[in-house]
Design a protein. Structure first.
Length: 295
């Protein structure tokens, strides 16, 4: 198997794709997007400063055809999904998105129906283009660096005019070992302050369900779920979250879920290891007090 990884120069994302490449076996090359050194050692490394999918598809398709790659791996991110669809159309290649498991014989698994089912597929054609869901594969250790061959886009179709980074306060969701998330049951944006207080004591990140984001109580960057951040913390506190399938898909790899909800029929309790049937206004302040006393 000859595999090409396409990813921005972000070690954790690259590490996850390298882990998938190792399962497939054979030679692993990389096309790194953006500026800076490329972490890890590969058969060959290519680098393109451009990170706009519409500009990349022609050059990437040519690279895949020229080098005879049988599998192309991208993260299931906005950029990865945009490029995967265009690349599949250009190459006439099968595209499978949101992959959560792979086998060396090119069997892959991906969730269906908002995570309510998992389907298994056998890919018979190549090249195959796969987008890999984040947090389902342990990142490989990336030792050393690889000097790249530079690829430049001659006539880009889209020009980036400006870019404004989103500032994240505290621990980032994707890196957090503990996450405290609130849903519609919080009742309002002001009530998230108690979750921030709890998160500060636990050195945790603060998240939100899509319902809370849609209400305007939390920014989209805090959203946890299938259409938000896919997370895999050691402990996930779901406070006032009903447990929609899309939210459960985003926390599928959480090791321990603690649910706090006054509705004992809430779907979140089916996923929780520990469940508290209680109004969060009574439980969370008591938990904060207990944490303070232990510190």
């Amino acid at each position: 198997m000859k595999t090409l990884i396409i990813e921005k120069i972000e070690p954790k994302k690259i590490g996850e794709l390298v882990s998938v490449g190792k399962i497939l076996g054979g030679e692993i090359d990389i096309l790194a997007l953006g500026e800076g050194p490329i972490p890890g050692t590969y058969g060959r490394a290519f680098q393109c400063p451009d990170i706009i999918g519409a500009n990349l598809v022609g050059s990437v398709a040519e690279l895949v055809q020229k080098n005879g790659y049988q599998a192309v791996l991208l993260s299931a991110t906005t950029l990865g999904s945009e490029l995967a669809g265009r690349l599949g159309a250009r190459l006439g290649a099968p595209v499978l998105s949101e992959v959560i498991a792979v086998g060396p014989d090119m069997t892959v698994k991906r969730p269906l129906y908002g995570g309510k089912a998992v389907a298994e597929f056998k890919i018979a054609a190549n090249p195959a283009v796969l987008t890999i869901r984040r947090k389902y594969f342990e990142p490989a250790t990336l030792d050393g660096q690889t000097a790249p061959e530079i690829i430049r886009i001659a006539d880009p179709a889209v020009e980036l005019l400006s870019e404004e980074p989103v500032l994240t306060q505290g621990v980032r969701l994707e890196d957090a070992e503990i996450i405290v998330s609130g849903g519609r049951g919080m009742g309002g944006s002001d009530n998230f302050s108690v979750l921030r207080e709890m998160a500060g004591l636990l050195h945790a990140a603060v998240g939100a369900s899509r319902g809370a984001v849609d209400e305007g109580w939390a920014p989209q960057t805090m959203q946890v779920g299938q259409t938000g951040n896919i997370v895999a913390p050691g402990v996930y506190f779901a406070v006032g979250i009903s447990g929609a399938s899309q939210h459960l898909a985003g926390i599928a790899n959480a090791k321990c879920v603690v649910a706090v909800n006054k509705d004992e029929e809430a779907n979140i309790f089916k996923r929780a290891r520990f469940g508290v049937v209680c109004d969060y206004k009574n439980f969370v302040p008591a938990l904060i007090q207990a944490i303070r006393e232990e510190q």
